[in-house]
Write a protein that binds this ligand. Structure first.
Ligand SMILES: [Zn+2]
Length: 374
């Protein structure tokens, strides 16, 4: 993680770079964000930059011994504290016991949230915490001799998950910081942090990524078209994780639309052979997606009914869906809209009840042939 990996946030980057260059480095800093704005990668990039031997005006060099050790998340003067799920039987009780998993996780993720980390830890639905036991570890880490770095860094991810005992110990360290030690905290819920810690840390608010910058990053990283990237950026509300999620929903959406168009065409033309083939296809995609598809169909029927009223502010369709509606909306009217919705809802219920999917979709197509002619 370098500054260049963090989308936008030029203002914050400039402040951090200036702090390193001037040598005015507050010993306790709190990076706050809602989620997916880049607080963790920014804090990490800053830690790297502080210790880089050949930093430029914009980023760390990536070549010096310090950068090389940061690349593998294994610098002797870089210490991590993060929430874990303690597993006594596996002797995993403090952060350092999870270091191999944590390092691998950071190699694979630049933007992430607690759920991603829980998955990587194989923690299921357990609560992740920074336990009381961690406080001795923290104390030990900051009292070690500094190996070679200019700054010893304690990078604490989600201090709001800290046990009271541990938080009190941390407060002591912040009040009487050991020399050359910088404590960087990254929080999504600053209000849940001990007030006395909050008041002693310099706070940096990381704002959501603005849409144009998010769109540019989406175009570059995922090769989206300009229009798609802009749409994804708007849906994301400045949260990188949401943007990535929106891309995959986009692909699924396109597949569903294609199926929906096919189904309506088959029913309108009474093409029984094609109806059978489509039922086979849909039977093969799995129950969860079948249910999603059927609720998608209900949404589209509703949108096409609304489309007739020419009130764009009531319509929620993407460009492809809207294009299809020009031709399809005349077929959805007062005489059939409620029955169409009912049929789709019944099919969805049958899928939930494990009725044979081929039969459900074939039957649905047959019923549509009648309803569309109304
Ligand atoms: Zn370097």
């Amino acid at each position: 993680m370098y500054f260049k990996d963090c989308i936008g946030q030029e203002e914050i980057k400039r402040r951090l770079i200036e702090s390193a260059q001037s040598g005015i480095v507050p010993h306790a800093q709190l990076f706050c964000e809602k989620e997916g704005a880049g607080a963790f990668p920014l804090a990490f990039a800053y830690a790297r930059y502080l210790n880089c031997a050949h930093r430029s005006d914009t980023d760390a060099c990536g070549q010096c011994p310090s950068c090389k050790m940061f690349d593998v998340m294994a610098h002797p003067d870089l210490h991590f504290v993060f929430p874990i799920v303690a597993k006594k039987e596996k002797k995993k009780e403090v952060c350092d016991d999870y270091l191999p998993e944590w390092r691998e996780f950071l190699q694979q993720h630049i933007y992430f949230n607690l759920d991603d980390w829980l998955n990587a830890m194989d923690a299921g639905n357990s609560q992740a915490l920074i336990y009381a036991k961690e406080s001795d570890q923290i104390l030990k880490k900051v009292s070690l001799r500094i190996y070679e770095a200019e700054y010893r860094i304690l990078l604490i991810w989600l201090p709001e998950k800290m046990h009271q005992v541990c938080a009190n110990k941390l407060l002591k360290i912040i009040e009487e910081p050991p020399e050359h030690t910088v404590i960087l905290m990254v929080s999504c819920e600053p209000d849940a942090i001990l007030g006395t810690i909050l008041s002693r840390a310099q706070r940096l608010n990381i704002r959501p990524v603005p849409a144009p910058e998010m769109a540019a990053a989406m175009q570059e990283r995922f090769h989206l078209t300009k229009e798609d990237a802009m749409q994804v950026a708007h849906l994301s509300e400045g949260n990188y994780l949401k943007a990535v999620e929106a891309i995959s929903t986009g692909e699924e959406n396109a597949f569903f639309l294609e199926q929906f168009i096919g189904m309506m065409r088959n029913s309108w033309t009474r093409n029984v052979k094609a109806m059978k083939a489509m039922a086979d296809t849909l039977a093969s995609i799995g129950r969860e997606r079948q249910k999603n598809f059927l609720s998608y169909c209900q949404r589209l029927v509703r949108e096409n009914f609304v489309y007739r009223f020419q009130a764009p502010e009531l319509n929620y369709m993407n460009r492809e869906e809207a294009g299809f509606s020009v031709k399809f909306s005349p077929f959805v009217n007062e005489r059939n809209v409620f029955d169409l919705m009912d049929e789709l809802a019944v099919a969805e219920r049958h899928i939930t009840q494990n009725v044979n999917a081929k039969m459900v979709f074939f039957d649905l197509s047959l019923r549509m042939t009648v309803l569309l002619k109304r």
